[in-house]
Write a protein that binds this ligand. Structure first.
Ligand code: DGL
Length: 258
């Protein structure tokens, strides 16, 4: 049985863990949330790359068999770098599976990408999509979506107004939209309301979990879930519940350098 290591800038990556637990309930998962240094989406490329290397090395010291990069910002900016640094390790980022799903889903060839400022600035989704052919890609950063979700504001007037503001320029222009941030799947009903029923929403947490399941066998017994956090922020239990939907077996505060 493989031990699956997952890292994210904070707690949002637990949306990926939730899907992994659904598809591979008998696998053990070690999750690292870099809650002391979140958000990554507003930081420079050099800093995001350095943080991602430290996060991956923390998981490698715990002898995981595969590293899943649940953070879209780290995936966009650091996944190629990490793969080159650790060629012997299986590293799966959320980016490629979601891009593949978007390309498959789009009939018009017009795809929207929403994510953090760093994710959209990197242009990584666009360059990956263009490897599949002549697609039209529109990227739009939605920086207020992360704090909205963290405040529990996922449905109602306020998230709808903000979603309208960000998504206005995408309406009628695309047939597929990639929710390229750990937090955005929680805003799906609001994004669906604003974008309408004709746009396919790609949830990367589902796509990456499918890829891990294809590559690794599930275990024999109930899998464990260990959560390591670099800080225990106030209100973290409610957020864990929101993203994960269940309490983990253990929550331990660590330094990535331990
Ligand atoms: N986890 C980040 C992502 O998926 C969102 C939060 C942050 O900015 O660190 O891009």
């Amino acid at each position: 049985m493989a031990t699956i290591g997952v890292f994210d800038s904070g707690l949002g990556g637990l949306t990926v863990v939730r899907e992994l637990r659904r598809l591979m309930p008998k696998s053990s998962i070690i999750y690292l949330g870099d809650t002391a240094r979140v958000p990554y989406g507003t930081k420079s490329e050099a800093t995001i790359r350095r943080y991602a290397v430290e996060d991956a090395e923390f998981l490698l010291r715990r002898e995981v068999d595969v590293i899943v990069i649940a953070c879209h910002t780290a995936s966009s900016i650091a996944s190629d770098y990490l793969k080159a640094l650790h060629p012997e390790t299986a590293i799966i980022s959320v980016l490629e599976p979601s891009v593949r799903a978007a390309v498959k889903a789009s009939n018009s060839g017009k795809i929207g990408i929403i994510g953090t400022t760093a994710t959209i600035r990197s242009g990584k989704h666009k360059s990956e999509i263009l490897k599949y052919g002549d697609f039209h890609v529109i990227g739009k950063p939605c920086p207020l979506f992360v704090p909205l979700v963290e405040e529990g504001l996922i449905e109602g007037q306020i998230p709808e107004l903000i979603a309208e503001m960000y998504l206005e320029q995408l309406k009628g222009q695309i047939d597929t939209l990639v929710l390229a941030c750990t937090h955005y799947p929680l805003l799906k009903p609001t994004i669906r309301k604003v974008m309408g029923d004709d746009v396919t929403l790609i949830d990367p947490s589902e796509e990456v979990a499918k890829v891990v399941k294809q590559k690794f066998d599930d275990g024999e017994e109930k899998g464990t879930l260990e959560v390591y956090l670099t800080d225990i922020p106030p209100g973290y239990l409610a957020l864990i519940e929101q993203f994960l939907g269940e309490p983990p077996d253990s929550i331990v505060r660590v330094s990535v350098f331990e």
